[in-house]
Design a protein around this ligand. Structure first.
Ligand SMILES: [Mn+2]
Length: 323
């Protein structure tokens, strides 16, 4: 069944005023949050009541996107559910049980399981899709400044500050239009890239101490167990982008961070990054995850942290050896 919709079909649906819940992916980043809150402005403009939800805690520094709104889902019923930047039901984390209720997914991941009616365009960030939706609906000049702050945050975060291979001329064109609305883009970049909690600094220190190299230094892995988190006062949000630290080591082709779930110790969240042309989204898809060619995630079920690391070496090792 082809349940893909076009941007004009999506625009038609977005115009219908409905009580709506927007779902973000677990371990929320600025792209899923920016998509959700920018879409909230659009839906509200057309008369919908909107709330946003996420399975995990949002880092305090992203409150310029959420405006301090609580993202915990308290079980309320909605007429419409929209997932943004969510590649697979598993990416909803503890809200995965809501995936059969999702009416529309708006996403930019090449490896997407298309679990609902979906609109997709493989742009560098999902926030670009939200921008184009607003353009399609002719409401760009009706949006508040914060709408553009949300979009810029997602675009900048998913492109590593417009440095990654996913950046296209179109990305820069949209970024230019977004900036022209007068947002403080330098401040947004400072918050995203150059502002860290002490928990993040402790996580960073621990990462350099505890990371392991495999396959002649081509694969770097860091495991955060629940004990490591509690012993060092590190929250899950503090570990959000830790994989980037071990990705920057010379010679590393693929970097993987693993995080034990505090609710179920047999579950480990995988976040992977490739420095070369190795498709980590294909590897993550083998175990139910998804993402982009060079940045993807999944969940591993294992009896111990050691077992989870072993499983990762097997999963990513084959592609690295064939590279
Ligand atoms: Mn994204």
């Amino acid at each position: 069944m082809n349940n893909k919709i076009t941007i004009s079909q999506l625009a038609g649906k977005i115009k219908e005023p409905k009580n709506t819940l927007i779902l973000c992916h677990k371990n929320p980043d600025p792209d899923t949050l920016g998509s959700a809150f920018a879409l909230k402005y659009i839906l509200s403009y057309f008369g919908s009541e909107v709330n946003c939800a996420c399975a995990d805690m949002v880092a305090g520094k992203f409150s310029f996107i959420t405006k301090g709104v609580e993202l915990e889902y308290k079980g309320k019923e909605y007429e419409r559910y929209i997932a943004v930047d969510v590649a697979s039901p598993m990416q909803l984390g503890d809200l995965e049980y809501l995936s059969p209720r999702v009416d529309i997914t708006i996403d930019h991941h090449e490896m997407n399981t298309r679990f609902s009616l979906y609109y997709e365009d493989f742009r560098a960030s999902n926030c670009e899709n939200i921008y184009l939706l607003a353009k399609e609906l002719n409401v760009l000049d009706k949006m508040p400044l914060n709408f553009y702050e949300c979009l810029y945050a997602g675009m900048s975060a998913d492109t590593g500050g417009f440095r990654f291979s996913n950046v296209t001329p179109d990305t820069m064109k949209i970024a230019s239009e977004v900036i022209s609305h007068g947002i403080d883009h330098a401040e947004i970049n400072r918050i995203i890239f150059d502002s860290k909690t002490m928990g993040e600094i402790r996580a960073q220190k621990l990462t350099y101490e505890k990371m392991q190299l495999f396959l002649d230094g081509k694969l770097s892995i860091i495991m955060f167990t629940n004990d490591m988190k509690s012993d060092n006062q590190i929250t899950d949000a503090d570990i959000g982008d830790i994989v980037n630290y071990i990705r920057s080591i010379e010679g590393v082709l693929v970097a993987v961070s693993l995080k034990q779930s505090s609710r179920d110790e047999s579950k480990f969240s995988v976040s992977s990054r490739a420095n070369v042309d190795i498709d980590v989204s294909m590897i993550c898809a083998k175990i139910g995850g998804g993402g982009h060619k060079r940045a993807a995630g999944a969940t591993i079920i294992a009896s111990s942290p050691e077992e989870a690391i072993k499983r990762c070496v097997e999963l990513f090792g084959e592609a690295i050896m064939n590279n």
